[in-house]
Design a protein around this ligand. Sequence first.
Ligand code: HEC
Length: 154
Amino acid sequence: MKSNKIALAAILLWIVTIAVFAWFFIRGNTVAGTDNRTAVVLAVGERELILSEMRSLLGGVQGILDSLNHGDMKQAASAARVVGMASAVDVNPALMAKLPIPFKQLGMSVHSDMDGLALAAESGKPAAELQTMLTATLSKCVACHASWQLKAGN
Ligand code: HEC
């Protein structure tokens, strides 16, 4: 009887622990933001890393548009490739755990779109089609910025 109770308590504790981990994994390290968005709380260096990734994304968009304007598909492909999935793989696990799941999904989907753009440029798709693809990707940038803030904390 007593050992049954201990077993039950152990199982309950196990479930609670898993639930807490799952909750943090989905939610990431977030607090209410200062402007109706949700703030992801990161260490100073982690925030700077993400922001520098953001500036690369903006540079990528500029590079792609500039290349398309000059009809240089090779250049467009390489500008997109620079900000593709390969640029996101080395983000460390501790930082990844602080990012909420929807944030990671949107971020990864932007990088994967950039690889898609590179492929489309390499395979000779017309510039208008690439612009349409880039516009769809930019709406993901806008959507993410509308929901999330980055805050330096712990
Ligand atoms: C997964 C979410 C997400 C996506 C997708 C995203 N961003 Fe951001 N970006 C952010 C957040 C969060 C900030 C910080 C905003 C704040 O704290 O107010 C930011 C900041 C920036 C900044 C400011 C950088 C600085 O040095 O302050 C630029 C530029 C930027 N993003 C460009 C882009 C571009 C271009 C895209 C799409 C190609 C993009 N971002 C996609 C989340 C995202």
